[in-house]
Design a protein around this ligand. Structure first.
Ligand code: ADP
Length: 485
């Protein structure tokens, strides 16, 4: 049995902006089920305080660089026995809005102070100096918001082994020298072999330089970030870590209870591989929910995404526009929020094709399940994708993913080539170039194959039979923890 402190800035169902939240719940749950003593720490955002019922103060601590004492609260992750610690500093976290930004006004200005404080609290718990009488063997940090924690304890004798997971290298927490000064960090950190990065401070580098081991969320992304194209200037350091055997790609799993069409209470009709015909009830209900004509023979394309460049939203809009212009028998259903120009472009597309395109701007957990269940295919033409979860949910729901051949998408979807179909391996559709033309071409193949129900059904069955639950991946994390301790 290992004692693991798992630090993250979001966790489902309490606070979520993307896949990090899903993983920060489902991986600890899987490790806890395998008998580990794993405890999660997150900031005590207002939304968390409002939704947790049982919550108590277990420690009051003083952190360097901040004048007021802060509290550590304890609860459990909803519907589980996994202990949850929350860093309670009302001035930093008890406010309206998202974990990193106010609804439309960009990131909170005090994010460096907020997440430096969070990292300092994580460090205190990791070395058992928070008064909780619990010494973890492993500190597992996730993304830049926790990046300073491994740095802060690196030189201490009785520290736990440290793991840092990159969920997305595009977000690094880069700030100016002035910010660095204000955070009251050791001057020795201002060095290119520490967290200094081309005259800026990098929270992410705290994890990359100081953690005993780095992981990222798919084997292909682990290779990609060692290249100029995907490495954001960190490729040299990451290549070195890979050569040292200190960088591993471990594919994310999915919560097999939460994302299960047989038990999904968000659906109008639950279904399994055996009763996959009920998927058409979900399709009709979804078309109805979006005010589109209920037609079973039209290819219904689903899209759920943060609306940012990474996700290739512009590529989707351009390719779908061209197909709609040439009267293809498709419908598009979107759920997402993000950059306002993408939101606007989607609204314009809807205005042009009101009976072919449905758009919901916003965040809606239930609707995301209904799209996974009702759509025929799921669109994910990401420019890069560390792992991606929606294509995994899609496979489970028999909704064939259309993906660009990158990162975790490359690792989890098997393209419908003739050979793969013959071998009964095909689970979706892949294309290479980040261009509307490439996607349009692939969508042409998809539309053709959709007219061939026998082949389509076979692919759905193969997709639904894939096992992307945490079983295998949690074991790989566990093996890594064993190796490090
Ligand atoms: P990323 O973390 O880069 O956003 P992932 O595919 O790893 O991408 O995870 C995205 C997660 O967020 C999925 O669980 C997806 O269903 C969810 N999601 C994204 N946008 C929305 C939305 N508008 N409404 C509901 N869920 C969303």
């Amino acid at each position: 049995m290992r004692k693991i402190l798992f630090a993250s800035s979001e966790v489902h169902p309490l606070i979520k902006t993307g896949g990090l939240a899903d993983v920060s719940a489902s991986l600890p749950i899987a490790l806890s089920e395998s008998g580990q003593d794993i405890r999660i720490i997150i900031p005590a955002y207002r939304r968390c305080l409002e939704s947790l019922t049982e919550i108590r103060t277990v420690a009051t601590i003083k952190l360097d660089g901040y004048h007021k004492p802060v509290e550590i609260l304890q609860s459990t992750l909803p519907d589980t026995n996994v202990p949850l610690y929350l860093l309670h500093s009302p001035e930093h976290f008890d406010r309206e809005g998202g974990p990193y930004s106010q609804a439309k006004d960009g990131d909170w200005e005090d994010n460096p102070a907020r997440f430096a404080l969070f990292s300092r609290a994580i460090a205190k718990l990791a070395i058992n100096e928070a008064g909780l009488d619990w010494q973890p063997d492993i500190l597992h940090c996730n993304d830049w918001q926790t990046g300073l924690a491994p740095a802060l304890i690196a030189d201490l004798e009785n520290r736990p082994a440290t793991v840092f997971t990159i969920h997305n290298l595009a977000y690094q927490g880069l700030y100016s020298r002035d910010v660095f000064d204000a955070l009251d960090l050791p001057e020795s950190f201002w060095h290119s072999e520490s967290i200094e990065f081309y005259d800026l401070m990098s929270f992410m580098k705290g994890g990359l330089i100081y953690a005993d081991h780095i992981t990222t969320v798919s084997p292909t992304y682990a290779r990609e970030i060692c290249s100029y194209e995907f490495g954001y200037g960190l490729e040299g350091l990451l290549t070195l870590r890979a050569q040292q055997g200190r960088l591993t790609g471990i594919l994310n799993g999915i919560d097999k209870h939460e994302w299960n069409p047989e038990q999904d209470h968000y659906l109008v009709k639950k279904f399994s591989a055996k009763t996959v015909r009920y998927k058409s009830d979900n399709k009709a209900a979804l078309q109805n929910e979006y005010g589109l004509p209920q037609k079973d023979d039209v290819l219904l394309i689903g899209l759920i995404s943060r609306l940012v460049s990474q996700k290739g939203i512009d590529i989707s809009i351009a390719a779908i526009s061209r197909l709609l212009h040439s009267n293809a028998t498709i419908q598009l259903i979107c759920l997402g929020s993000g950059e306002s120009h993408y939101e606007q472009d989607l609204r314009i597309l809807r205005a042009h094709y009101p009976d072919k395109v449905g758009v919901h701007i916003g965040y809606d957990e239930g609707l995301s399940h209904r799209i996974e269940a009702g759509a025929d295919v799921f669109l994910m033409p990401s420019r890069f994708e560390p792992c991606g979860l929606n294509q995994l949910y899609s496979l489970r729901y028999g909704t064939l993913p259309i993906v660009r051949n990158t990162g975790g998408l490359a690792d989890t979807v098997v393209d419908a080539t003739e050979q793969n179909r013959k071998d009964e391996l095909a689970t979706g559709f892949k294309f290479e170039a980040s261009t509307p033309q490439a996607l349009e071409h692939t969508l042409g193949t998809v539309i053709d194959l959709f007219q061939r129900p026998r082949i389509w059904r076979k692919m759905m069955m193969t997709a639904m039979a894939q096992d992307y639950s945490w079983n295998k991946s949690a074991e790989m994390y566990l093996a890594l923890y064993h190796k490090l301790t």
